[in-house]
Ligand binder design. Structure first.
Ligand code: GLU
Length: 365
């Protein structure tokens, strides 16, 4: 379960015995721990690569870090459950708490929902040391497999002192993106991970890792979300807006017991006419509604109830009691994309049912 690679020690011994000049003590390499969860990076034809296979796949690792590793899961990212997310966050927190000398942690993941796992950890790991999520687009049986290269770059970022305090980072294709901002933009291309509005956080070159900016929103060590004792997350669903979308889907979600609904709204948060009736029903039942945009980028301002909703730019001038109630349960996602707004709403609802508190959370993270 927990193994240490001796490669760096072997190399140090060779240097010391082979050198004619007096031995000079080498600074100890940073220690990085890898938590493997599966995904394409491990998905070899005829059998998945283990954490050990991954850890021994990187030429040059001995110059970057001393790596320890463990197999947490070995599944496609979309198969990871919310309970496993909670366990993963707890495991990462525990690894940091037990080992103050650890430089950082690398988590391997499938790429399909990698941005969700990364953002969940960004909100629930409560340590300033880097957590770097890596994956690959080509599997190990493919010519051009880039998994070992991405993993080594991830280890280098996790070992990088300037990556401290920057939250959870996603490293693929020589680029470092913030877990908050990054999204998978293409089903197949290597350059799929992008941060559409805010841009790349840094780059990984042969000589060094360069990080360009800080993150002002709250995360990791400054996060208020403590999942130590949380056994389940409240149910939150995402509903897409499109022409002709109906209220009954929203009503069904409410009747199934959801505590929150994220609307992947059109443009600046518009819903279809019929969906509004579903959202009034949701508010009547005390279900929170977060308005996001399906466009992939852009900020929804708070207190609008969505474009077309009560108080929204195209909304009605006079506000009825039903609309007032809807407003009391409406929150803006700020600039979070719908799947990330869902994660933030699940964590918010695990601690509060106060609308203003939930909106504060969306504004601060
Ligand atoms: N692309 C898939 C994912 O995101 C990986 C497929 C697999 O590992 O089976 O996890």
């Amino acid at each position: 379960m927990f193994n240490r690679l001796r490669v760096s020690c072997a190399l140090a011994a060779v240097v010391l015995t082979g050198a004619a000049a007096p031995a000079v003590a080498q600074p100890a390499l940073p220690r990085v721990h890898m938590v493997a969860t599966g995904g394409t990076i491990s998905n070899r034809d005829g059998g998945r690569l283990s954490a050990e296979d991954l850890a021994t796949s990187m030429p040059g690792l001995e110059r970057a870090a001393t790596l320890t590793y463990e197999q947490f899961l070995n599944v496609a990212s979309s198969q990871i459950t919310l309970e496993q997310w909670l366990q993963l966050a707890r495991r990462v927190n525990e690894l940091f708490a037990k080992d103050q000398g650890l430089a950082g942690i690398v988590v391997t993941s499938g790429t399909d929902t990698l941005e969700e796992t990364a953002f969940f950890l960004h909100l629930t790991v409560r340590d300033p040391r880097p957590v770097v999520v890596v994956g690959s687009m080509r599997n190990p049986s493919t010519l051009g497999y880039e998994g070992a290269a991405n993993l080594l770059e991830g280890v280098r970022v996790a070992a990088e002192p300037t990556a401290r305090g920057k939250g959870v980072l996603v490293v693929l294709n020589d680029e470092v993106n913030s877990a908050r901002d990054v999204t998978k933009t293409d089903a197949l291309r290597l350059q799929t991970f992008r941060s559409p509005t805010h841009g790349v956080l840094g780059i990984v070159d042969r000589d060094r890792v360069t990080l360009f900016r800080d993150l002002l929103q709250r995360h990791t060590a400054k996060s208020e979300f403590d999942v130590t004792r949380l056994t389940a997350l409240p149910r939150v669903e995402v509903v897409m807006v499109y022409q002709g979308a109906t209220a009954d889907v929203i009503k069904a979600i409410v009747d199934l017991g959801a505590k929150g609904i994220v609307m992947a709204g059109a443009g600046a948060g518009a819903t279809s006419g019929d969906q509004n009736a579903g959202l009034d029903y949701a508010a009547e039942k005390g279900v929170f509604i977060v308005t996001a945009t399906r466009t992939g980028a852009g900020r929804i301002a708070p207190n609008r109830g969505g474009q077309g909703g009560p108080g929204g730019p195209n909304g009605p001038a006079t506000v009825t009691p039903a609309q007032q109630r809807r407003r009391a349960f409406s929150v803006s996602s700020e600039d979070h994309i719908p799947v990330k707004a869902r994660i933030l709403l699940m964590l918010a609802l695990a601690t509060t049912s106060n609308r203003d508190e939930i909106q504060r959370i969306f504004s601060e993270y």
